[in-house]
Design a protein around this ligand. Structure first.
Ligand SMILES: Nc1nc2c(ncn2[C@@H]2O[C@H](COP(=O)(O)OP(=O)(O)OP(=O)(O)O)[C@@H](O)[C@H]2O)c(=O)[nH]1
Ligand SMILES: [Zn+2]
Length: 520
């Protein structure tokens, strides 16, 4: 009996040993094949990379199942054989003409730091001199793919439309942007914060100057580089502000508020996300391996280099960015002797654009703009920053599911966050931890009037060393009736108020419109 058990145990040991050997063999074949493939591709493209030189990378995080830094909560899985290697491919073959120019001759599923031909442009995140820092290089164009020092793609969530445009031949993948006259409408910085790895980890501080700063690199190295920030000037018109002028709250000055229609002059900054992974991990108090593995897994395995290229530290995530609306002289934002009023706003399409009354989003946005304009007119600076983080970054589908659950129930303030948690598992996924980067980038060192009640925004900003002198809540008269549920729930959960913080008992009595009231 005992002998039988031992035999089984021995047999199992042999099986497990052979399994490990098999996995190691598969892994080494896969890497060899990948090397060959790059070699062939680089021959085809006439580019011969340097052997053995890999920038400043440490070469860890290779595709070997045993040496990849695995984050907590993940099991080791066998490495996969790159399917592009052999003659068969699981992907329907692209038509022959689509191979010309747009793509490398073989599909490069992933790359490895020690691979022949891989020669990233230098990337020293946080270096003071932008030339020493190096340009964020992410393009997979044949001329650039081996020089990449970033994972992902330009355009945030729009990268998918780019792919569609190329696939449907609407866009020539060889298109070289003509940047004539696209340069920033105003100058900004550089500020010492731009060279601080602890302060800016979620955007490229040099992103607006790419075409000018790295012109020579683009020409000399024949690489495809693009800006991730653009700065322009505009007029804007909101119906509520016409009313602000009519009621006398806002007085046209011909500079910031241009006329009796409440038309405003604004400087706008559009910013695409660029993440420095070690810095992002640090902000969340997790290790880089865990961050990389989670990003890899939960984007459908979209970016294998998160796992295979431990030497690449920059990632351009497929998410929305932000826009800064600056009223008054942009130079005043960073002037410590000028007062600054600031609203940080997260996207709520239903309210911001379409006027839904279930929340206070549009009212707070308009109030923020109005107060920002007033501060600018008083000789200070007013700033509104709009983040694309719809529905607390849970998305509109989740949000509407929760609305239904609330309205089919009793929609009591005491249950407000619980309904979201029931559906989404969390009440909020915005993670304000990365939000203060833009403030550092704008050179902001203190906030005089913070137009927000959110404790999460407050704590993130103060935690980044930017003091907030005054917190300004949304005045009662701006709160739509049906959004009392939201605002009271938020206040009870810790949002700032100078008014009354309800007890759990009182919160139960706050009720919104219920299903019967909407359903007609
Ligand atoms: N999931 C979900 N999201 C909501 C709901 N109501 C509002 N939101 C989202 O919550 C976010 C509100 O953001 P902000 O207007 O910046 O407000 P806040 O962070 O709560 O704090 P304040 O600065 O005090 O306004 C937006 O992303 C909205 O889309 C809801 O019922 N469910
Ligand atoms: Zn809203």
């Amino acid at each position: 009996m005992t002998t039988g058990m031992e035999e089984i145990r021995d047999a199992l040991k042999v099986i497990s040993q052979s399994q490990t050997q098999l996995l190691t063999a598969i892994d080494s074949v896969s890497r060899r094949v990948s090397d060959l493939e790059t070699h062939r591709a680089s021959d085809t493209n006439g580019h011969h990379g340097h052997h053995g030189h890999h920038g400043h990378g440490h070469g860890h995080g290779q595709a070997n199942g045993t040496s990849t830094p695995l984050g907590a909560g993940y099991t080791k899985t066998p490495p996969l054989l790159p399917v592009d290697a052999g003659t068969q491919s699981p992907v329907p073959p692209a038509s022959p003409e689509s191979k010309s120019g747009a793509f490398t001759s073989r599909i490069i599923l992933t790359t490895y730091p020690k691979q022949i031909g891989i020669n990233p442009l230098p990337m020293d995140w946080g270096a003071e001199d932008p030339l020493k820092r190096g340009p964020v290089t992410v393009s997979r164009a044949p001329s650039t793919i081996r020089r990449r020092n970033a994972i992902g793609a330009h355009g945030g969530s729009y990268s998918i439309y780019y792919a569609l445009a190329v696939a449907s031949k609407e866009l020539d993948a060889d298109h070289k942007p003509d940047f004539t006259n696209t340069e920033p409408a105003v100058n900004i910085g550089p500020f010492p914060q731009w060279a601080d790895k602890k302060k800016i980890v979620a955007m490229d501080p040099w992103g607006h100057l790419v075409p000018s700063l790295y012109k020579q690199v683009m020409e000399k190295e024949n690489v495809d580089l693009r800006p991730t920030i653009a700065i322009t000037r505009a007029h804007m018109k909101l119906p509520e502000l016409e009313e602000s002028v009519r009621s006398g709250r806002l007085v046209p000055d011909g500079k910031v508020c241009l006329n009796e229609f409440g038309e405003l002059a604004v400087t706008k900054f559009a910013v695409e996300p660029v993440w420095y992974l070690p810095g992002v991990a640090e902000r969340f108090g997790i290790d880089e391996g865990t961050l990389r593995r989670s990003l890899f897994e939960h984007t459908g395995g979209m970016y294998p280099e998160l796992i295979t290229r431990g030497d690449i530290k920059v990632f351009m995530p497929p998410i929305g960015g932000l826009t800064v609306y600056c009223f008054g002289d942009p130079a005043k934002m960073s002037d410590p002797s000028s007062k600054l009023a600031l609203r940080i706003h997260d996207e709520c399409n239903g309210s911001d654009v379409f006027g839904s009354d279930i929340c206070t989003c549009r009212p707070y946005l308009i109030y923020g703009i109005e107060e920002a304009v007033k501060e600018a007119q008083n000789g200070g600076s007013g700033v509104v920053i709009y983040f694309r983080k719809e529905g607390r970054a849970l998305g509109e589908v989740t949000k509407y599911l929760v609305y239904n659950a609330r309205k089919r129930g009793e929609d009591r303030a005491s249950e407000y966050f619980k309904r979201t948690e029931d559906v989404a598992g969390v009440k909020d996924m915005r993670f304000q931890a990365l939000m203060p980067d833009i403030l550092h980038w704008l050179g902001i060192t203190k906030i005089d009037r913070m137009l927000s009640m959110s404790n999460m925004k407050h704590d993130a900003i103060v935690g980044q060393g930017i003091p907030i002198h005054e917190r300004v809540e949304l005045p009662e008269s701006w709160i739509p009736a049906d959004s009392r549920v939201e605002i009271d729930a938020k206040i009870t959960a810790g949002y700032f108020t100078t008014g009354h913080r309800m007890t759990a008992e009182e919160l139960k009595a706050v009720q919104g419109r219920i299903w019967e009231d909407i359903d007609h």
